[in-house]
Design a protein around this ligand. Structure first.
Ligand SMILES: *[C@@H]1O[C@H](CO)[C@@H](O)[C@H](O)[C@H]1NC(C)=O
Ligand SMILES: *[C@@H]1O[C@H](CO)[C@@H](O)[C@H](O)[C@H]1NC(C)=O
Ligand SMILES: *[C@@H]1O[C@H](CO)[C@@H](O)[C@H](O)[C@H]1NC(C)=O
Length: 400
């Protein structure tokens, strides 16, 4: 039994180490200092073509102030970045374009792309762009703009590109390699980026996986395991069984929970700059306390050992702390996802159900225990039982 637990524990630690190594390998775009000292709340390195997107999203007026940096290009290139509102990739994208024009100045303008043969002619976009400007230095173009985003969404497909300027004409970009894969998606509200080819739905799926893994493990299995331990223990017939059910519940919850925790770290590392700080900190605390509980299981003293009482107090305190934090963090997670109201309702329902079952079992247990004490004291009337009726203090912690 202990060997199995040790193996499980160390494989969980291994998994989480793998996840945390990939965490933090992202380019640190927040260290970039703009010449005009502009500060953006969020930044994300685009996966290809030396490009980085910085932005601040203002939910109250649904606008975004952004800077698009495209490095490693000569000043005889043009660069463009755009949102594609209804489609993916190039055709249909609403672009911001910059190049050095014949007067030697960096010219920035908007251009809706309607076909593959586009010359990136100036034109109004399908949404308002109240401000646009650009600069070039250190082989890097930077386009600054403010976009009034289309109503009702913050998640868009995006594409970015560069190509050569020949005379007055913006010629087509390279038709191979990275230039054919420089598209993806961006969510201005939560900072997440979908890499080349990864669509909005695949990222949503990853978030859902994270949510389901953690809600089920930390949020449902762990409280259930505690309910089993607390209420089955009272029944003599369930004596070793409750312990195994409890351990099975908590270890499987822990293992699934660690996997869910890893997906959370990965989601966090994929959206540099946007931080759900509370959710993340509670998550890390949970991982530590959960791991401590598993270790504590391996180190618990024998039932009749004089320190067992302290161990029990410790185990219950940490256990209840983990469960309370876990439930709170599942709700934090729903809030971070804003818009998953049905999930929140479903989870609230499950928690209320578990709570109600616990209350009923609590009442039932006291009933049983009091009855049992009465029968016992009737059997050996003058036996001087000290009268305390605590259903849980009666040493039924067994020895498995
Ligand atoms: C990124 O750079 C910012 C600003 O210099 C710094 O505060 C932050 O700690 C850095 N983050 C990482 C992960 O290096
Ligand atoms: C939108 O709101 C932000 C602050 O919430 C403000 O700084 C910005 O100027 C506003 N933008 C527009 C275009 O109204
Ligand atoms: C070059 O771009 C600048 C800045 O946008 C603009 O003021 C100027 O008129 C442009 N020159 C030509 C020849 O188009």
């Amino acid at each position: 039994m202990n060997k199995l637990l040790t193996t499980l524990l160390f494989s969980s630690i291994l998994i989480s180490t793998l996840f945390s190594t990939s965490y933090g390998q992202n380019q640190n775009c927040s260290a970039f200092a703009f010449r005009n000292n502009q500060i953006f709340a969020t930044c994300n390195a685009l996966p290809l073509l030396n490009s980085v997107l910085h932005w601040s999203y203002h939910p109250d007026n649904h606008t975004v102030d952004l800077a698009y940096r495209h490095g490693g290009v000569p000043n005889t290139d043009w660069v463009a970045w755009g949102l594609n509102i209804d489609g993916t990739r190039m055709v249909g994208s609403q672009c911001l374009v910059a190049f050095r024009n014949s007067s030697g100045e960096i010219h920035a303008y908007t251009s809706p792309v309607s076909s593959y043969g586009t010359q990136l002619a100036e034109g109004a976009l399908s949404f308002n762009v109240p401000r646009i400007g650009a600069e070039y230095s250190n082989n890097e173009f930077i386009i600054f703009a403010t976009l009034e985003l289309p109503a009702g969404r913050t998640n868009f497909n995006q594409a970015w590109q560069n190509g050569a300027v020949s005379g007055q004409a913006l010629t087509a970009h390279v038709q191979s390699g990275d230039n054919m894969r420089s598209f993806g998606s961006v969510d201005f509200a939560n900072g997440e980026l979908g890499g080349g080819g990864s669509s909005v739905t695949s990222r949503q799926r990853r978030r859902n996986v994270h949510g389901v893994l953690n809600a089920v493990s930390w949020g449902v299995l762990m409280p259930m395991g505690a309910v089993f331990a607390r209420y089955l223990k009272v029944f003599k017939a369930a004596n070793p069984a409750w312990f195994y059910i409890h351990v099975a519940c908590q270890t499987s919850a822990y293992i699934v929970g660690v996997a869910g925790w890893g997906t959370g770290l990965k989601l966090g590392s994929d959206s540099t700059g946007i931080e759900f700080t509370t959710h993340r900190n509670i998550g890390i605390t949970l991982f530590c306390l959960g791991t401590l509980q598993v270790f504590a299981l391996l180190l618990r003293p024998k039932p009749d050992h004089k320190y067992r009482l302290y161990w029990n107090i410790y185990h219950h305190a940490v256990g209840y702390a983990v469960i309370s934090l876990a439930i709170a963090n599942v709700f934090e997670g729903f809030d971070a996802l804003n818009g998953q109201k049905n999930w929140k309702r479903a989870y609230t329902g499950v928690i209320i159900a578990i709570g109600a079952i616990a209350v009923l079992l609590e009442a039932f247990t006291w009933f049983i225990v009091i009855k049992r004490k009465k029968t016992d004291s009737n059997k050996h009337t003058q036996n001087g039982t000290n009268g305390t009726v605590n259903p849980y203090g009666n040493g039924t912690h067994q020895q498995a």
